[in-house]
Design a protein around this ligand. Structure first.
Ligand code: NAD
Length: 247
């Protein structure tokens, strides 16, 4: 799969999909740099990813803060010498009727889902351009963009994750001839700390296949995209058929 020795940055790597991706990529020989807001959660995740500490590093802080984005890029370069892949995974989801969203909801969703992406991606692309190669994977969402679920309304998720899908294609075409691939994985509703266990049975029924996603389903897609050298500008739906709208 060509992952051995790669240097991979994963935002939101202390929990859920991001942590599962970091564990899998490290198992396949990658050096992983994770970011998340809480230092203690990062320390525990780093220990799970690589107990020796030789192939893992972390930077705590809000990814929408330009200084944190800068430190994250700096940490990857100083510890491992380059950046092969950036997984833009940090994100939040708030579901509620449109008129119930508060100003604070608006600011936090835009700041994490959009500003976080911008700050770290711009810096990573600059490094990838110097190297002449790189891969960016944006974790977006199914069920809120092309075929929004009536049962789980979130205009702010549609706005930000739909924007990330569009940015994926836009970046892919801008840098296709510079050796940089840009793809997205659009998960269905996935079992992570984002969803309390008591909601799982209900959420499972919102997928044609009758189950929720597992973090490993999303990780498998990231691993595939990592190896798929002719794939760029792709929005890979990993959602049990949710985006078909035919069920
Ligand atoms: P999670 O809550 O388990 O993990 C989110 C991670 O993002 C955490 O590590 C958290 O520390 C980090 N994070 C949040 N805000 C941050 C910030 N400002 N700066 C740095 N890190 C920050 O959630 P998850 O389900 O693993 O979600 C991962 C990604 O998958 C998100 O982008 C989410 O929108 C997307 N997604 C999840 C689902 C789902 O059902 N779980 C569905 C579609 C898309």
């Amino acid at each position: 799969m060509n992952i051995q020795d790669k240097v991979v940055i994963i935002t939101g790597g202390s929990s859920g999909i991001g942590k599962a991706a970091a564990i899998e990529l490290a198992k396949r020989g990658a050096n992983v740099v994770i970011n998340g807001r809480r230092e203690q959660a990062l320390v525990e995740a780093a220990n799970e990813i690589d107990p020796t500490g030789a192939h893992v590093a972390y930077v705590a802080g809000d990814i929408s803060d330009p200084q944190i984005a800068e430190r994250l890029i700096g940490e990857a370069l100083s510890r491992f010498g380059r950046i092969d892949t950036l997984v833009n995974n940090a994100g939040i989801f708030i579901a509620k009727p449109f008129t119930d969203f508060t100003e604070a909801d608006f600011k936090s969703v835009l700041s994490i889902n959009v500003a976080g992406f911008f700050q770290v991606t711009q810096r990573a692309v600059s490094e990838m351009l110097k190297a002449g190669s790189g891969h960016i994977v944006n974790i977006t969402a199914s069920g809120v963009v092309e075929q929004p679920l009536k049962a789980v309304p979130s205009v702010l998720a549609a706005l930000t994750k739909g924007g990330l899908n569009a940015a994926t294609k836009s970046l892919a075409i801008e840098y296709a001839d510079k050796g940089i691939r840009v793809n997205a994985v659009a998960p269905g509703i996935t079992k992570t700390p984002m969803h309390p266990v008591e909601t799982h049975d209900y959420l499972a029924q919102l997928h044609p296949v009758g189950r929720m996603g597992e973090a490993q389903d999303i990780v498998d897609a990231i691993v595939y995209l990592e190896s798929a050298q002719f794939v760029t500008g792709e929005i890979l739906h990993v959602d049990g058929g949710q985006n078909t709208g035919q069920w």
